[in-house]
Design a protein around this ligand. Structure first.
Ligand SMILES: Nc1ncnc2c1ncn2[C@@H]1O[C@H](COP(=O)(O)OP(=O)(O)OP(=O)(O)O)[C@@H](O)[C@H]1O
Ligand SMILES: [Mg+2]
Length: 212
């Protein structure tokens, strides 16, 4: 069964007359990696903002299992079901990697038992060690920051991960490592991973590609 489903979804920004997304009918399942590709301006980021509940379709509906996501409390949807990784990461630069992950756990308001141990477990999952975990974001490389952003998005254990250009400014080798993490999360932990990408390699390594 699909975890997310678009039914006749269209989108037009308020005050404009150009329809950016036109009658999309995509389905997304757990355990798979999806890539959304398309030229610049095709509406990829717009689609992610609809999937993350930041904006509502002008026409059509998006379902989480069988519920219309616009009928689910926005805050609950975003703090339980979807983890979002923005292109700019949105990490707090003066906090350490560990503190960034713990902050997100606190905001989601779930009970974790030993928070530090849980945060460390997530950071290890994205191949960051104790030393990097205790370093401030501004002293980590781009690829390491990307990993922290993934660990943070996983902090409340969402079923769905959305990422906008998650390998945009990484070298080929680091990109391959990040893609491997996404594939493991889908294939071993059953997450639904939805990536927006311009990279043919990332699209190639996905299970399903949707072209806008
Ligand atoms: N807030 C807005 N108001 C009006 N138009 C917008 C707004 N945000 C984006 N657009 C327009 O919507 C279209 C789709 O933008 P979007 O950012 O989704 O493209 P994209 O596929 O992510 O492109 P890129 O690959 O360059 O990131 C573009 O033509 C853009 O100019
Ligand atoms: Mg974009």
């Amino acid at each position: 069964m699909s975890v997310l489903k678009l039914e006749h979804v269209s989108y037009r920004y308020a005050g404009t007359d150009k329809t950016i997304l036109n009658d999309l009918n995509y389905t997304f399942e757990k355990g798979r990696v999806y890539s959304i590709v398309g030229r610049s301006g095709a509406g990829k980021t717009t689609l992610l903002s609809l999937l993350s509940g930041l904006a509502a379709p002008t026409d059509g509906k998006i379902y989480l299992e069988d519920k219309d996501i616009n009928k689910i409390d926005k805050y609950e949807y975003r703090s339980k079901y979807v983890g979002v990784i923005f292109q700019s990461f949105n990490l707090l630069p003066k906090l350490t990697a560990m503190e960034n992950v713990i902050l997100s756990m606190d905001i989601a308001g779930k009970e974790y038992g030993d928070k530090k141990a849980h945060a460390m477990e997530l950071l290890k999952k994205v191949s960051l060690g104790e030393e990097e975990a205790s370093r401030r974001i501004l002293k980590l490389s781009g690829g390491q920051q990307q990993r922290v952003a993934i660990a943070r998005a996983l902090s409340y254990n969402p079923e769905i991960l959305l990422a906008d250009e998650p390998t945009g400014n990484l070298d080929g080798e680091t990109q391959a490592e990040i893609v491997k993490i996404f594939r493991q999360l889908a294939h071993e932990e059953g997450k639904c991973i939805i990536l927006v990408t311009h990279s043919p390699e990332v699209a190639e390594a996905s299970d399903i590609v949707y072209c806008l």
